[in-house]
Design a protein around this ligand. Sequence first.
Ligand code: UDP
Length: 430
Amino acid sequence: MEKRRIILVPFPAQGHVTPFIQLGHALSLKGFSITVVQGGSNQVSHIPGFQFVTIPESLPVSQLKTLGPVEFLTKLNKTIEASFKDCISQLLLQHDNDIPCIIYDELMYVSEATAKEFKLPSVIFSTVSATTRVCGCLLSNLNAEIDMEDPEVQDKVMDDLHPITYKHLPTSGMGPLDRYLELCKEIFNRGTASGIILNTARCLESSSLSWLQQELGIPLYPLGPLHITASTNSSLLEEDMSCIEWLNKQKSGSVIYISLGSKAHMEAKEVMEMAWGLCDSNHPFLWVISKSVPEEVSKIVSEKGYIVKWAPQDQVLGHPAVGGFWSHCGWNSTLESIVEGVPMICRPFGDEQKLNAKYIESVWRIGIRLEGEVERGQVKRMVKGLIVDDEGADMRDRSIGFREKLKASMRVEGSSYNALDELVKFLETS
Ligand code: UDP
């Protein structure tokens, strides 16, 4: 008998593609065939057994920087609308109409209307944390008249969501508030979706999940962290494996791994202060710098440090030599770090990352936040604090505690295991 085929529609950026491919892998282990429909320039195509389809009319992701997120997402969804519909209609012909569901990234919200038009059930996959998703819902309910700069508004607490207040809602760098809130309504309106998949676990975000459950009133499937059971190589860039050989030569728990995400912009002075601080800490460090490295920085790091353009991050975090992770706190990086029991130095850039950093520092207490300007003395102290001091050891212990809970949640009868089972039941019967 033909396997039932699920269509996945990821947003074309690494932090979205990775969990989508992991979800596809998890579902293929449960007996489904997978088709990935993708547009834009960041495409994967090398997962054995998956079918990959390209949306011909799309928008290169490089335009995200020039247009800004609001303009880009609006334009992307408009641009792909007609050709996405064609793709789905061809897939239906090709697979005898036997497609039980479209699972789409909420940023690819145009998928919902198409699914509805073809009378296909749809499920949203939100690749951010449940808490960020909560903030998205709150934003979509806000009135554009609200003054987000007003201290009274900023300090407004969210019931049951301590320590999050309105000032944590991701609004900065989004341009005019009214246009942004309009887009939030598009993205976070669940429309006719039958459920929401989240790459998180109850033991990490139970109150946010309860909040979402109540607010949205459709099944939630918190089935993460997916990479524990569904690790596949979905890297969009070539990973430099030489860093594993370098790590093999370092002492256990001595290395600080630094990766600040592809979107982070850092001033040259800041990079220099980081380099000096890392060297002064006297700990070996592995640093991902995807752009070309200034010569002065190469000179400073040459003795203690190792620089790569792109690392096999999962393997790096799982390496016994790694004792700490200096991160921009993207959601995937956060999960990957917790699953390996590695404490973090948080240096978030965007609002969503700030929210994750808040949880890392104040809720789970498995990291410290580096705030303000980067200065070498402070870098040295923070690295030592994380790798050598009792404070770092306590954070490591707590992180290992979460690691065990997360692994248990993925085992038979664990909460994430059960959520995947419920999703599978839905897909089998829809
Ligand atoms: N990543 C990687 N190698 C690197 C840097 C990052 O494989 O050198 C991966 C990382 O493991 C994670 C993803 O890229 O799965 C980044 O996703 P995240 O949500 O952390 O950040 P975003 O890029 O979305 O801001």
